[in-house]
Design a protein around this ligand. Sequence first.
Ligand code: NDP
Ligand code: F7E
Length: 333
Amino acid sequence: MTGLNDRTAQTPCDLKGKRIWVAGHRGMVGSAVVRRLERESPGELLTVGSKTVDLRDQQATRAWMADAKPELVIIAAAKVGGILANDRYPADFLYDNLMIEANIIEAAHRTGVEKLILLGSSCIYPKFAEQPIQEAALLTGSLEPTNEWYALAKIAGIKLCQAYRRQHGCDFISAMPTNLYGPYDNYDLQSSHVIPALLRKAHEAKMAEADSMEIWGSGSVLREFLHADDCADAIVTLLKVYSGDEHVNVGTGEDIRIDALAQLVMDVVGFRGSLRKDASKPDGTPRKLLDISRLRSLGWAPSIDLREGLQDAYKWYLANSVEGRGPNDRVAG
Ligand SMILES: NC(=O)C1=CN([C@@H]2O[C@H](COP(=O)(O)OP(=O)(O)OC[C@H]3O[C@@H](n4cnc5c(N)ncnc54)[C@H](OP(=O)(O)O)[C@@H]3O)[C@@H](O)[C@H]2O)C=CC1
Ligand SMILES: C[C@H]1O[C@H](OP(=O)(O)OP(=O)(O)OC[C@H]2O[C@@H](n3cnc4c(=O)[nH]c(N)nc43)[C@H](O)[C@@H]2O)[C@@H](O)[C@@H](O)C1=O
């Protein structure tokens, strides 16, 4: 059993033959984890849609887990959105995420789940954390106001995993991914993150032979981006080799200015226009580059570079968008 203070404890966990539940399997990260797990020849990959089990419903979640009896759980189910959605729907981002994680973690304890991994997010670190951000920076400063609601829910989830490890000896761990992108991302322009938004806007500007496309904010803030397939690989690595009470950062260790990202997206899409900036939209935190040395010490490294990843995401968008509208447009809130 890993001690509470053993922060880099490594307890090997063999995924072969196991009953593994990917909560949120239809989402960008969940679908990437399903694709990655298929290489591990699990016993059974368990999935259930939100229309069948609303994970905010404690009884429905408990009943499903008691019946399904997963041995391993990846929590990739959450209320997720970009900076504007987080700012506009604080109650949804705080309540939904608190309920989903609390219901799954408690039910996992009740049903004797062997190992569980929760996903935090780099945006839950303090707004002005020292860069690159180390895991120990969590809770050392004030949060970014645009997503403090989501951040508080995610911090509570990480603390829940630590509490169940401390009180019940549960092997529940947490990963802290940076900004992610890839297939099955959300392309709704009001609720999405920056990469799907820019891919869609550049594509639509190209189709319309427009002179320019718009980005939000100043474009001078920096963000780190990891492809969902790399994130899924890191999640599987942590499930296999890590059993510590502290979360582990998951990123690339490199970041880019948003205006430079926009130029890269325009190049990938083949849109030759100029950039307009909507200064009325929020920039959010100035920078949130993760220190991934702990994850690297566990033998993991990112493999998909940003240009290659953007080409992959754009290819998926083209194959899945209808009449120029983004696929799986989700109305926020
Ligand atoms: N996207 C990013 O940049 C980052 C994401 N993360 C984390 O990764 C995880 C997955 O994010 P991502 O894949 O981008 O999100 P998506 O929105 O793509 O997927 C979220 C999934 O959660 C499911 N879900 C949401 N609410 C409920 C509910 N009430 N009951 C059951 N299922 C529900 C959705 O189901 P349905 O499809 O039926 O709606 C969907 O499958 C989250 O924990 C997020 O915090 C961390 C860092 C960055
Ligand atoms: C992923 C993580 O981090 C999220 O925060 P964020 O990184 O600030 O999210 P974002 O991707 O929406 O914006 C990144 C930057 O990009 C700029 N920006 C330009 N033009 C568009 C644009 O068209 N859309 C969006 N969304 N942003 C744009 C935007 O103004 C901002 O400066 C949390 O909400 C939370 O979801 C979380 O978990």
